[in-house]
Design a binder for this molecule. Sequence first.
Ligand code: ZN
Length: 701
Amino acid sequence: MKSLYNDSDAAAFVDRFKDAGEDVALRVYTSQLIGRDPDLVMHGGGNTSVKGHFTNILGERVPAIFVKGSGWNLDTIEPAGLPGLDLHYLKKLRALDALSDEEMVNQLRTHLFDTSSPNPSVETLLHAFLPHKFVDHSHADAILAITNRPDGEALVKEIFGDRVGIVKYVMPGFELAKVCADVFEANPKVDGLVLLKHGLFSFGDTAKESYERHAELVTLAEEWLENEKRSRGRKLTPQFNAPAEPSMFAAQAAPALRGLLAEATGDPDAPYKRLVVEWRATEEILSFVNSAEFSKLALTGPLTPDHVIRTKALPLVITDPDFGNLEEQLAEGVTGYRRKYNEYFDRMIADKKVERIRLDDFPRIVLIPGVGLLAWGDSKKAARIAADIYEHTIRVKTLVHATGEYQALPDSDLFDVEYWPLEQAKLGKAKPKALHGQVAVVTGAAGAIGSAVAESLIQAGAHVVLSDINADALTETCNDLGAKYGKDSRRGVICDVTDEHSVLALFNEVARLYGGADIIVPNAGIALSRALDQLDADDWQRVMDVNLNGYFLVMREGTRLLKRQGTGGHMVVIGSKNVMAPGAEFSAYSASKAAVHQLAKVSAMELAKEGIRVNVLAPDAVFGNDKNPSGLWDEVGPDRAKAHGIDFKQLEDHYRNRNLLRTRITGKHVGNAVVFLASNQTPTTGATLPIDGGIPGAFPR
Ligand SMILES: [Zn+2]
């Protein structure tokens, strides 16, 4: 690990955060250096502190510690992420024999200088009990690769000599803080503390000294590992030869797993809690899962106990996949995993004589030779975090295998972190959005209706795959939504709905991107205004290809994907008010939409037994807005105006004035209706919902 400390960058931080003072500014700088290295910390892991003073409202300068607050990541931390606490008071707590986690959190909160601060790290007292001005803590891969072994302690002595104190594993909290202070005081010359199966603390009088000691200690561990690997390293033995590309099998495995990992709630109006996937198949991952040592190494515990929150203690491992029979193997695998998880929970509860709320028993990491790593979470972000953690797990376990024997903490320690009372207290508190954990597919998603529907679904908590034939417009729509709702909220996939292979490829990509889908919104359509005797057969056919064949292909492949999950779902078909109240010189469009309405009704009859609801929306003309004009209306508007005997500019008013509510119909209105139907608010299938401001001639009957 190279020190990235640089005096001019440090000076820039001091300048940028001058209001916070030089110490805190430099603390922010070196915290970010640590946070930006995924081999040191990931996703909220690690913490840092600086000691100094705080001037209170009476003008008194009191000793203070500024320590990482929860909810902040080191890579992006700022002074607001380092809440200040009364250091003089915190140090006195060391005299206590014991302090529960709940009371420790209370003590920390009541000794903040600012009540609006985030909760300080649970390792705050550890930082406070050490005398140094700067303290840096990471969960460095190299340290874990040295300490997660039966002979870890001896190795630490061999590699670091007396430069570090060694702390046996104790769960973070008051007791660990006291043990670390005792170890330090037994040898106050050390530059840091190695916490076995947990990580590294370094300290110093300046931000630079503490950070550079961290880098030196990690480098010593890395060099030892590198030398061992070079001189006597054991390689993984290649065993499994995949018969085809991992991407093909990922598209097969993910929907089956997504169905198996959907938690039935017993509530008919919200039948499942769902997870989404992050699939990865890097060379490193594939050589791990395809090796002879794979299941032995994978079925050991995590690198550090806090990973259990994201990955659970163990992955689901499919050892010898039979791709002709994979769905059955996965079902058996998940059943076995759940049984063992529940046995573990029951055993721990009985051994420890404690009461805990049982967490769901589904795996978060699934490893399959020939497929790679499938990480699951209740959002794409959670799935990505689990995947990041597990990629590092694979790297470290492979490295330990090369140079020795891997050993994780026993179940009892893992359970204490997984079922930590402070985590348990959070359960059930957050109310998820209506479509949380769900995935929607919208075709024609770059258009005025499609983009508004996608946005409404994202706002309701769903992840959305936007598909369109127009690559530029699709990129722009995806960029806009990403900027507003985050990169995990959506993905874009180019698709020509008239091409069977393209539609198949779309749904395979949906399976790889999110694991499957729950809501299918066929929407890609075109219009053509032409009198019957002027209508070319080719033009007629083009409208049928997009509006009817395209819907058929999307609905068929969507149905196949939903059935592979086996957990129901929704199709919300974008139809038209024209079906009930057609207009002259619009035959191809109206006929195609009428056929789609009929297709949807028959689908509703066929799919009800699968728990799949099919409903149709019948919007009147949606003109879009200045930001996203409707391409369709730009194209057919002039001809439609002519057919109505009016000027093009009057067209929008014409449509507004012909409905009872005298209202303009927007894409947002269509999006609202999609969300209403897709969130199971009424037991409705086979229905048509007009979105037209009320047109008596178009009342469904
Ligand atoms: Zn830690």
